[in-house]
Design a protein around this ligand. Structure first.
Ligand SMILES: C[S@@+](CC[C@H](N)C(=O)[O-])C[C@H]1O[C@@H](n2cnc3c(N)ncnc32)[C@H](O)[C@@H]1O
Length: 291
């Protein structure tokens, strides 16, 4: 089911939704697979650092951070109330005895999930992983992230997928085309990844305070392909999913939907298959004057 959330003037539909298959596919993500660019920076901080994980989803990165930095104060926030309830239920087994917390809220309205004191003191690190690409007008998200970082030396760290340049082998042009259409339909930009440095500049980080890098998020092994492809098949099977709604809106016939299904089944079954998503990364530092 896609989530449709409205909070004080910001109405937003999360186009991927929170089906268990989808959450399980996201749970492949952890510090090792996704945060190599940020880990040395975190290791250099005092162990009690504070970190806000924006759009934490099922929280596999957030939990892994808490296990690695058990003294840190780590808050995961997500607009999806059901995924936050799921994460909170998992704390005792996934990260017992750590400083992790999950809160439901909209990053565009920090007052909805942070106290006035938390906002004014700020976080050592404000982090997001593939959240900007899921929010229309995501420059405002980056502005809020900058606002929530400590103004004297805080860090804003982002890793974003460039969905437009995603590679699927064996080729699945029909899936790529529908995905592009779904993002457009939801006011989202599949080229968010390549624009990450531009966006950091636009919100006021000087170029010499931005460290940029890139890496690849991949689904290669059979279990990885089953999780990614399986979640796509679940969305295709659900007539209320954004995938099926977009397919209907663009006049796809049953035969065309069947082609999409066959593409994904072949992707899972082929030993030479892979999905590669270029991810861009930035670490932006606020200097002493909060620039
Ligand atoms: C693609 S998922 C990424 C999840 C997680 N960061 C990861 O990489 O595994 C994007 C997440 O952003 C959340 N999200 C979307 N809009 C949001 C908003 N305005 N405020 C907070 N979270 C939001 C969605 O609910 C979703 O869980």
């Amino acid at each position: 089911m896609a989530s449709n959330t409205e909070t004080a003037g910001h109405k937003q539909e999360y186009h991927i939704g929170y089906k268990e298959d989808t959450l399980k596919a996201f749970e492949l993500r952890n510090v090792k697979t996704c945060l190599g660019y940020l880990l040395p920076t975190l290791e250099a901080l005092p162990p009690t650092f504070s970190l806000l994980d924006v759009g934490c989803g099922p929280g596999s990165i957030t939990f892994d951070l808490a296990r690695r930095f058990p003294q840190a104060k780590i808050i995961g926030v997500d607009i999806g109330t059901e995924v936050i309830a799921r994460n909170n239920a998992n704390i005792p087994t996934a990260a017992p005895g750590t400083g992790i917390e999950f809160r439901a809220g909209n990053i565009l309205e920090p007052e909805s999930f942070l106290s006035a004191e938390e906002i004014s003191s700020g976080f050592d690190v404000v982090h997001e992983h593939t959240t900007l690409i899921c929010i229309p007008n995501n420059i405002e998200v980056l502005r809020q992230m900058k606002r929530l970082a400590k103004q004297d030396g805080g860090i804003v760290a982002c890793r974003e997928g460039d969905t437009h340049s995603q590679v699927l082998w064996p080729p699945c042009p029909e899936s790529a085309e529908l995905q592009e259409r779904i993002y457009k339909l939801n006011g989202l930009d599949t080229q968010t990844g390549r624009k990450l440095v531009s966006k950091a500049l636009e919100v006021g980080f000087p170029r010499d305070q931005i460290t940029a890098s890139a890496s690849v998020l991949s689904n290669i092994t059979r279990p990885e392909r089953e999780l990614y492809g399986g979640s796509m098949l679940t969305m295709l099977a659900d007539e209320n999913s954004q995938y099926r709604k977009a397919a209907a809106q663009f006049g796809y016939t049953e035969e065309q939907v069947e082609v999409l299904r066959k593409n994904m089944e072949r992707f899972i079954a082929s030993d030479d298959a892979w999905r590669l998503l270029i991810c861009t990364e930035v670490i932006c530092k606020l200097d002493e004057v909060g620039r």
